[in-house]
Design a protein around this ligand. Sequence first.
Ligand code: AMP
Length: 217
Amino acid sequence: MKLIMLGPPGAGKGTQAQMLVERLRIPQVSTGDLLRAAVREGTELGRQAKSFMDQGRLVPDEVVIGMIRERLARPDCQGGFVLDGFPRAVAQAQALDRMLAETGRRLDAVLSIEVPEGELLRRLTGRLSCPACGAMFHKDSKPPRKSGLCDNCGSRLITRDDDREETIRKRLSVYAEQTEPLKPYYRNQGLLKPISGSGTPVEIGRAIREALGIKDV
Ligand code: AMP
């Protein structure tokens, strides 16, 4: 299946994408993760992207489109993929449509996870990230077993630069202005599946599988 996970920052796109990866055995392709890896590695692309990311702004389209083109051409994406954090603007969605058409592929569905803004702010301000393995925790809803340390690899957890409050507000307004227009774009293509993102990750996962017609075992 070729899927897009759409939703504001903090909606749980990454968590749900990961559940689909396990269920469908397709790769998760996250532009946020790819960009953070480039920043960590100190590549030229990473240096360019960092200032946009720290301000909660979108990295220029040509940068992320190039990254996605290269990633989707790899063998592991030929049987399907779940895109997480891409596209984030109509120009990116149009580029993706062209890219897929060139290789005779089509999207199967766009899952739009809907969460009220107040709830998003609460979730995002308590986020803790592992700089080494990328695991995510939350000070209230998913605290690490040992305070301040990653459950998986033991590294010291951090608040990502782009999870600071003023950056979060900026990311939410960028989402409303630039990414929300993707909903009518995909609704017109008959691909949009709205999913309530207010429940637990397990409940949201169930709603997603139901929307995709995947049987629960
Ligand atoms: P995320 O982890 O998906 O919230 O992404 C973190 C940051 O990376 C965003 O706030 C943007 O600065 C940048 N980013 C991720 N995906 C995209 C994209 N598709 N287009 C532009 N910028 C992106």
